[in-house]
Design a protein around this ligand. Structure first.
Ligand SMILES: *[C@@H]1O[C@H](CO)[C@@H](O)[C@H](O)[C@H]1NC(C)=O
Length: 312
């Protein structure tokens, strides 16, 4: 009926962990919500790139909220029990959102590839319909395999041990507690994680190789440097995300690796949603300008209100 999440096996550091992880959650939510609001309310950010970034931020607020609030609550209250259905729900949400995020990142790099390497055809190739189609395909690819997998997990029987050695209901630690034979599920899980991570990774890498190739032909050195710094920061967060996901889900389940995998899963559960808005959006000139304009508008509104009050 119930599982117990052991998180980091540290009884005396709970408050410290809470103090460490609370700002991570707050900054993640603030950054991502800010981007969704900016994209929605600034007409000049209504371009494919910002639609993708807005959709990514929207997904990441849900993704963080699937894991962190429960974890923070556990640190604060010491209550580590989670019901079987809540555990499955968390596993499902996390799986669908992580799978979709993999495809989103690939779509975004393909969009940048078209914009930089095929600028003359860009507006024709990346129109509103194609954007929506790519987003829909990402959601479908991200959720199909996981849905089958979660259905299979829900059919397992759990009859004895209920301590999950992890900070959320992750796939491997949960099925390890089952008393059924899990060989088939593990093969399907391997296939699903392979299909969710490898093709997007290849698309992303190919796009960036083409982008870097065309950057090298820019004559000015400052232009080159700027483009390189943008590309390398994107590539760093993307490889952190795919790399840690692949090590955790595609590598075989050796128990000696389980502590390492637990630490690595901090990369894709905490770090990626925290860094993505900073790296992808808040560095851009257009976004900075949009932030400035929005604040100026708010300021003007305030002054107007004050004046109206005075008139009355
Ligand atoms: C997501 O993308 C679609 C276009 O495909 C767009 O209409 C929508 O506004 C985007 N959502 C956000 C939150 O940016």
């Amino acid at each position: 009926m119930e599982f117990i999440l052991l998180d980091f096996n540290t009884e005396d550091l709970q408050i410290l962990l809470f103090i460490l992880f609370l700002p991570v959650y707050v900054v993640t939510m603030a950054g991502n919500v800010l981007i969704v609001i900016l994209v929605a309310f600034n007409p000049h950010l209504h371009t494919p790139m910002y639609f993708f970034l807005g959709n990514l931020s929207c997904l990441e607020t849900c993704y963080s909220s699937a894991i962190l609030p429960r974890m923070l609550f556990g640190f604060l209250s010491g209550d580590k029990t989670i019901s079987f259905s809540a555990c499955l729900a968390q596993l499902y949400l996390f799986g669908v959102l992580a799978g979709t995020e993999c495809y989103f990142l690939a779509v975004m790099s393909y969009d940048r590839y078209l914009a930089i390497c095929k600028p003359l055809h860009y507006t024709m190739l990346m129109n509103g319909r194609v954007c929506s189609l790519l987003i829909a395909v990402s959601w479908i690819c991200g959720s199909l395999g996981i849905s089958v997998l979660i259905f299979l997990v829900s059919q397992l029987t759990f009859c004895g041990p209920n301590k999950i050695n992890h900070f959320f209901c992750d796939f491997t630690p949960v099925i390890r507690l089952s008393c059924n034979d899990t060989a088939l599920i593990e093969i399907i899980a391997f296939t699903v994680s392979f299909v969710c991570t490898l093709p997007p990774l290849l698309i992303t890498l190919t796009s960036y190789v083409c982008i870097i190739h065309s950057i090298l032909r820019i004559p000015s050195t400052t232009g080159k440097q700027k483009a390189f710094s943008t590309c390398s920061s994107h590539l760093t967060v993307v490889s952190c995300f795919y790399g840690s996901l692949m090590i955790v889900y595609v590598l075989p389940n050796i128990s000696s690796l389980s502590e390492v995998k637990k630490l690595l899963s901090l990369f894709y559960t905490l770090l990626t949603p925290l860094l993505n808005p900073l790296i992808y959006s808040l560095r851009n000139k257009e976004v900075k300008e949009a932030v400035r304009k929005t604040f100026r508008k708010l300021h003007k509104l305030k002054i107007q209100k004050r004046e109206n009050k005075r008139k009355f």
